[in-house]
Design a protein. Sequence first.
Lengths: 301, 294
Amino acid sequence: MTLTEERRPARPVRRLTEPDPASRSRGGQRFLLLGLVLASAYSLFPVWWLLVAATKDRTGLYQSNGLWFSGLHLWDNLHQLFTYEHGIFLRWTANSFLYAGLGSLGGTLIALATGYGLARFDFPGRGAVFACVVGSFLVPIALLTLPLYLLFSKIGLVDTPWAMLIPCLINPFSVYLAKVYTEAGIPYEILEAARIDGAGELRIFLTIVLRMMTTGGATVFLLAFVNTWNAFFLPLTVLRGEENWTLNLGLYNWTGKRLESGVDLTSLVLTGALLSIVPMAVMMVAMRRYWRTGVTLGALK
Amino acid sequence: MVRSQRWKGAAFTVPFQLGFVFLYLIPVGYAVHQSLYREHQSGLGLGGATEEFSGLANYRQGLTDAAFLHAVLRVLLFAAVQIPVMLLVSLVLALFLDGVSARVAGRFRILLLVPYMIPGVVAAIVWINLYSPDVGPLTPLGKVFGLSWNFFAPSMAWPTIGNLLTWHGIGYNMVIIYSALQGVPRELFEAARLDGASERRIALSIKVPYVRGALVLTGMLSVIQMLQIFNEPALFRNVTPQTVGDSFTPIMVIYNQAFNAGNYHYAAALSVLLALILGVASFLFYRLTAREAD
């Protein structure tokens, strides 16, 4: 059983003991609803604006009311976006998927093994390893990224996909989550039973633990993916040539074009920004059961 | 546990340990080493630069560097305003969610979490365009009310970035506080209601003290993030350099030293200093808020 499954029944049971909200004052409920509606409007209107802006041509963008449509030019914008500079935007999209996908996959496997080792074995130095995991939360990114850039440039990794992929493999927060999930989801008895049946430790991990950790592993992967997809300082530092850039880096560069060379790419930037949200939104909605626990656990570290 | 079994367990952590050494310990060690050296141009700079041990000179320079100290102070002041505002709004929303039925709360929770799904760089791009006098809807909206605000004025840098961060962070913080609220024993409310306590009183006297732990933790995470703020001001600077200076935040100062001035040694010393400041700030924040909770 995993953490998510353990938690689910708790809420409805607790809710039963709560008095029916209708029995409380009507005005109070209305006040709460009004507050929530206003807050949701604040949360959603920038996204709405972006959606509308991505459907406008340049004149519409500069001259029409920002919160409503003015001609449907989404396809033109997409066409422009994907053909600009020989389709460099597609290249950036592919790079973002490559770094976030492959990096998080490797990072998640390493984290699950480490979390399992930390949670279910008592070996000398275990405390030190865990202290490193927690201590690294306090290390500022600049302190890691700058020397990493210098070291990578010495061994010729700067400006290659490896400069993004290698740092993704080691993610202390993933390890922390994996340890918590193992503690909650892998009972000692199962491991003992497998050992008595003569299974080797590696086999136990690969066939039993990994299978039981699907939910936890999915959460770790999802959070790592989002993290890498959103990364900005690391790619800005270690990637130079635009063929290796991520979506974030490409969009950042485009926003500066107007001052740098007088080319106004606002329309492309907005369409690109909208597209770069799509994978995140799809993934988060599809896996919302997983990441909610991750989000809550994140606060408990 | 059998001895050999323990070592096999340790083996599961070996890939991480190796990676940690190469990607964390060695880089940090290298940065500390670099921070103790300086580059010296020999002669007229024709013979190339040589590295020379300089002890704590880079640190002394950093501690008297007005640009760096101002950046640290600027970010700390900003954090002192923005984080309480964001946490307060998140707390109020979490209390609102807790006050409506579970079904309604579930729907609003999804809506309020939408900003959290948006990558930070994209969020900054969207808000910069919303603020923009050319394409943004806020400037014409201001005119309707007779206001001629200019969001790209230098004095507006922090309010605009603060609003962006609050918008981006409310959902996440609200979810954490809300799940802490779910842990409050419901019997307490019933007992309080029987004693004649109002809903507002219950919220302030029972619910808020109960989620103090969650507030301290989200607050601390925010402090750590805020001291390292880079993406948002960097994007603002990309679009309106007159709004945000090139030494606006500590990481911007460090980045400039490293990549524009080519002064890696000094940048390394500043990163170490920033790490120390971060450690002290989190420690103080934890001590102050933990004592308050007693």
